[in-house]
Design a protein around this ligand. Structure first.
Ligand code: IPE
Ligand code: IPE
Ligand code: MG
Length: 225
C-alpha cells in the first residue's frame, strides 16, 4: 500500500456552485470553506503530513475586482476565526506564492498565523496564494543564478516555495475540468492525478477517502517496471 505524505488540491467549481444554488458566484466561495475544514480533519485522521490547497492563482487577478475583494475578505476572516483551532490541532500553516501584492491587513494575518504555527508538526497546510508555477520557477532560477550555484534538479527543488516539502503523492482537481492551471508543474512530475466531477463545495470526506483508497492500490513505477 502506498503511503500518503502529501495531498495537493485544486479546489475548483465554487463559482458554478454559487450560481447554481444561490445565483451568486461569491456564495459559492463562502460554501467552499466547509469542505476545506472537512478535508483538513480527514487529513489529520489519515496521518497525512502535507496538504496543499490552491486558493488563488497568479491568473485569478483577471477576475472582476468585486470577486477578488470578496475572496480575500473571506480568507482574512477565515484565518482570524481559525488560527487558534489550527494551532490547537498542531497544524502548521504556510503560504506558497507571492504575498507582495496583498493588503497590509492580509499580509499581517498571514504572517501572524505562519509565525504562531511554525513549530507544529502534525500536519502542514500550504495555502497557494497568488501562486503560479511558472513564476515560481523563474523566481527559483533567478535565486540560483544569484547564489552562483549550478542549475540542477536538487537546486531547483530547494529554491522553490516548496523547498522543504516533498512532492505531492496525490493531486485532486474538483470541478469537472481536466487541466493543471499553472499549479505545481515541477512538483507534480510523478504525482497520481485524480480529476473529480463534483464542484468543490459538494466535495465530501467520503469523496476524499475514496480517492485515498484508490491511490493506495496504484502501482507507482517511477520509470521502473
Ligand atoms: C475556484 O472556483 C476558486 C478560485 C479560483 C478562487 P472558481 O471560482 O474557479 O469556480 P468556477 O470554476 O468558476 O466554477
Ligand atoms: C484554478 O482554478 C485556481 C484555483 C482553484 C485557485 P481556475 O478556475 O482559476 O482555473 P481555470 O482558469 O479555469 O483554468
Ligand atoms: Mg474555476
Amino acid at each position: 500500500m502506498n503511503p500518503i505524505n502529501h495531498v495537493a488540491i485544486i479546489m475548483d467549481g465554487n463559482g458554478r456552485w454559487g450560481l447554481r444554488e444561490k445565483k451568486s458566484r461569491n456564495a459559492g466561495h463562502r460554501a467552499g470553506l466547509k469542505p476545506i475544514e472537512n478535508i483538513i480533519e480527514e487529513s489529520l485522521k489519515n496521518k497525512i503530513k502535507f496538504l496543499t490547497l490552491f486558493v488563488f492563482s497568479t491568473e485569478n487577478w483577471k477576475r472582476p475586482q468585486k470577486e477578488i475583494k470578496y475572496l480575500f475578505n473571506l480568507l482574512e476572516s477565515f484565518l482570524k476565526d481559525k488560527t487558534n483551532i489550527l494551532d490547537k490541532n498542531k497544524i502548521k500553516l504556510k503560504v506558497i506564492g507571492n504575498k507582495k501584492n496583498f493588503s497590509v491587513s492580509l499580509k499581517n494575518i498571514l504572517n501572524k498565523t505562519e509565525f504562531k504555527t511554525k513549530d507544529n508538526i502534525k500536519l502542514q497546510v500550504n495555502l497557494a496564494l497568488n501562486y503560479g508555477s511558472k513564476d515560481e520557477l523563474i523566481f527559483a532560477i533567478n535565486k540560483i543564478n544569484k547564489k552562483q550555484i549550478p542549475i540542477n534538479k536538487k537546486n531547483i527543488s530547494k529554491n522553490l516555495y516548496t523547498a522543504e516539502i516533498p512532492d505531492p503523492d496525490i493531486l485532486i482537481r474538483t470541478g469537472n475540468t481536466n487541466r493543471l492551471s499553472n499549479f505545481l508543474l515541477w512538483q507534480l512530475a510523478y504525482t497520481e492525478i485524480f480529476f473529480e466531477k463534483k464542484l468543490w463545495p459538494d466535495f465530501t470526506k467520503k469523496d476524499f477517502n475514496k480517492i485515498l483508497n484508490r491511490f493506495k492500490k496504484i502501482k507507482r513505477n517511477f520509470g521502473k517496471i
